[in-house]
Design a binder for this molecule. Structure first.
Ligand SMILES: Cc1ncc(COP(=O)(O)O)c(C=O)c1O
Length: 486
C-alpha cells in the first residue's frame, strides 16, 4: 500500500470505521495546532463501490473519468488501478477572482473563467502510468499546441464538431481517431445546457470532409449535460448516433466507438438512480447497437464517481453580525434579532468552485454539537475572497458559531479542486484518504488476484456492514485488462 499513496495521507481502516471518525481524529489534531486550513477526507472505498456498481448496471460501457472533475492523486491512481480510462480536456476552467463575481453566472454573462492546461491533465494521468490508448482528449475545441501535445504523447482519440477543428487535426495530428460530437438539435428532449456538438444535418458534410482530408472518424460522442439524465433523451441520442454511424460507414469510415458522455448522478437524492438511467441506456444500446454489432461504448461519468466520497472541513475565520432591519420579522419572532455572516477558510475560488458547475448549494453539518437552548439565526457563508463576491450560501438556519469552529460539507468530491498540477498562488486543501481493508481486497479480487488465505476468502463472501455485497457485485469483468500500474 505504501506504493499506492504516501503513508501520511492514506489510512487503511477496518470495516465500521467511518470518514466521520477520521475527521474527528484530524480535527482533534488541528485544534491543538490552531490550524484553520480547509481539508478534505476521501473514502476511496466509496469510489470502488461506485465503479463496481457502474460496471454492473452498464456492462457494455467503459468509463472514462473526466480529470477536470477531480484530479486528486488518490482518485486518479485508484481509477487507473481499476482499469478506467480518462477524459482530458482543455476546457477546464479555474475561476478567476478578477473576473468572477457571481457563482451562478447567467448564460452569456461575463467570461468568468480561465482555461487550465490540457498538458497538465494528460501528464497527470500518464505520469502514473496510464497508457495513451486509455486517454480521450474530449474537448471539441482545441488549441493547435494541445493537439500537437496529444500527438507527441500518443493520445489519438479526440472529439470534434466542426470543420475548423477537423482541419486543425488533419494538419497537426494525422493519426488521430476522431469522434464526431452531436448536439441537442439532434436530440429534441435534451437539456438546453448541452451546447457542444453539431447537428445531424451537418454530420454528412463533416464526415465527407474528414474522408477527403484522410482523417479517421471512428464514432460519435454526446454529452447530455449534468442536470439529471432523462432516459428518453438518452434513447434519442443513441438513435441519432446510429444514423451518424450509418452515414460514416457508407462513406467508408470504420465507425466502432460510441461515447455517451457524463451526467450520471453523484448522490442518491436524484430523480432517477443510476440503475434506472442504465436500464434506458441498455435498451437503447440493444436496439440501435446490439451486441455483436462491433461497436464499443464508453461514457464519461465524473460526479457519479467522486461526489459522495469526499467530505470537506472548513473553519470559520471571521464573522459579522448584521442587525435585523425589519421589526416583526421571522427572526424576531424566534427570538433572534440578528443575522450572521461567516467567513470560511475556503470559498468559491477553491473548494466551493463546484458551485460553478451546477452543483447544489452545500448544506453544512456542525462539528461541535450546538447547545439546545441557543437561538438559531439566519446565516450566510462567504469565502475568503471579497465579501460580496465569494458567496457560498445564504439563508441557512444555524446556531451561533464562533471563530475557529469547523463546518463539514458532505458530497464535495466533484469539481472542488484544481484539475492540474499547475502552480497555484493559494495553498490547496490537503486530502486525507481512507479505504477499508475490504475495499482493498475487492480491488485485488477485481484485478483477478485471488485472495491469499482461507480467512480472506471467507470475508469476501460476507455481506459488508456498509451494505455492498461483494460476492454479487464482483460478478463483473474488468473493463480493461489490469494494467499493473501501481
Ligand atoms: C463535455 C462533458 N463531458 C462530461 C462531463 C462530466 O459530467 P458529470 O460530472 O456530470 O458526469 C462534463 C462536465 O462538465 C462535460 O462538460
Amino acid at each position: 500500500m505504501n506504493r499506492y499513496l504516501k503513508e501520511s495521507n492514506f489510512l487503511m481502516v477496518e470495516e465500521g470505521f467511518t470518514t466521520r471518525d477520521l475527521l474527528e481524529n484530524l480535527l482533534g489534531e488541528l485544534c491543538q495546532e490552531s490550524e484553520q486550513q480547509a481539508f478534505f477526507v476521501a473514502d476511496l472505498g466509496d469510489i470502488v463501490k461506485k465503479h463496481l456498481r457502474f460496471l454492473k448496471a452498464l456492462p457494455r460501457v467503459k468509463p472514462y473519468f473526466p480529470v477536470k472533475c477531480n484530479s486528486s492523486e488518490g482518485v486518479i491512481r485508484l481509477l487507473a488501478e481499476l482499469g478506467a480510462g480518462f477524459a482530458c480536456a482543455n476546457k477546464h476552467y479555474k475561476p478567476d477572482p478578477e473576473l468572477v463575481a457571481d457563482p451562478h453566472p447567467a448564460p452569456g454573462g461575463p467570461a468568468a473563467r480561465v482555461p487550465f492546461s490540457l498538458q497538465a491533465e494528460i501528464s497527470r494521468v500518464q505520469g502514473i502510468g496510464v497508457p495513451a490508448d486509455r486517454i480521450f482528449y474530449s474537448s471539441p475545441c482545441k488549441q493547435v499546441a494541445h493537439i500537437r501535445y496529444a500527438a507527441t504523447h500518443g493520445v489519438r482519440l479526440m472529439a470534434f464538431d466542426n470543420q475548423v477543428e477537423l482541419s486543425k487535426v488533419a494538419r497537426s495530428h494525422p493519426r488521430a481517431r476522431l469522434l464526431l460530437g452531436i448536439t441537442a438539435d439532434s436530440i429534441p428532449s435534451a437539456h438546453p445546457s448541452m451546447t457542444f456538438g453539431t447537428t445531424l444535418k451537418s454530420c454528412q458534410h463533416l464526415l465527407e470532409t474528414a474522408k477527403e482530408q484522410a482523417v479517421e472518424v471512428v464514432g460519435v460522442s454526446f454529452h447530455l449535460g449534468s442536470r439529471g439524465l432523462e432516459p428518453q433523451a438518452l434513447a434519442q441520442a443513441v438513435a441519432a448516433a446510429q444514423l451518424v454511424f450509418d452515414m460514416g460507414t457508407e462513406l467508408g469510415h470504420h465507425m466502432h466507438l460510441l461515447d455517451i458522455g457524463g451526467g450520471f448522478p453523484g448522490t442518491e437524492d436524484t430523480r432517477a438512480p443510476l440503475e434506472e438511467i442504465a436500464a434506458g441506456i441498455n435498451s437503447a444500446l440493444d436496439l440501435y447497437f446490439p451486441e455483436g454489432s462491433g461497436v464499443d461504448v464508453v461514457a464519461r461519468p465524473g460526479r457519479y464517481y467522486v461526489t459522495s466520497a469526499f467530505t470537506l472541513a472548513v473553519s470559520i475565520t471571521a464573522l459579522e453580525e448584521i442587525p435585523m432591519e425589519q421589526p416583526g420579522s421571522d427572526e424576531e419572532e424566534c427570538g433572534s434579532k440578528k443575522s450572521l455572516v461567516y467567513h470560511l477558510s475556503d470559498g468559491i475560488y477553491g473548494a466551493f468552485s463546484c458551485l460553478l458547475f451546477d452543483s447544489p448549494c452545500p448544506q453544512p453539518r456542525l462539528h461541535k454539537r450546538p447547545c439546545p437552548e441557543q437561538p438559531w439565526h439566519s446565516s450566510s457563508l462567504r469565502g475568503p475572497g471579497g465579501p460580496g463576491e465569494d458567496r457560498i450560501a445564504d439563508g441557512l438556519r444555524l446556531p451561533l458559531l464562533h471563530l475557529g469552529d469547523w463546518l463539514l460539507f458532505g458530497n464535495m468530491g466533484a469539481y472542488s479542486m484544481p484539475a492540474s498540477s499547475l502552480p497555484s498562488t493559494e495553498p490547496q486543501p490537503r486530502v486525507s484518504y481512507t479505504m477499508s481493508c475490504m475495499a482493498w481486497k475487492a480491488i485485488q479480487l477485481f484485478q483477478e488476484k485471488p485472495p491469499q488465505t482461507e480467512d480472506d476468502r471467507e470475508t469476501l463472501c460476507t455481506p459488508l456492514s456498509c451494505g455492498w455485497e461483494m460476492a454479487e457485485t464482483l460478478c463483473v469483468t474488468p473493463v480493461f485488462a489490469p494494467a499493473g500500474i501501481i
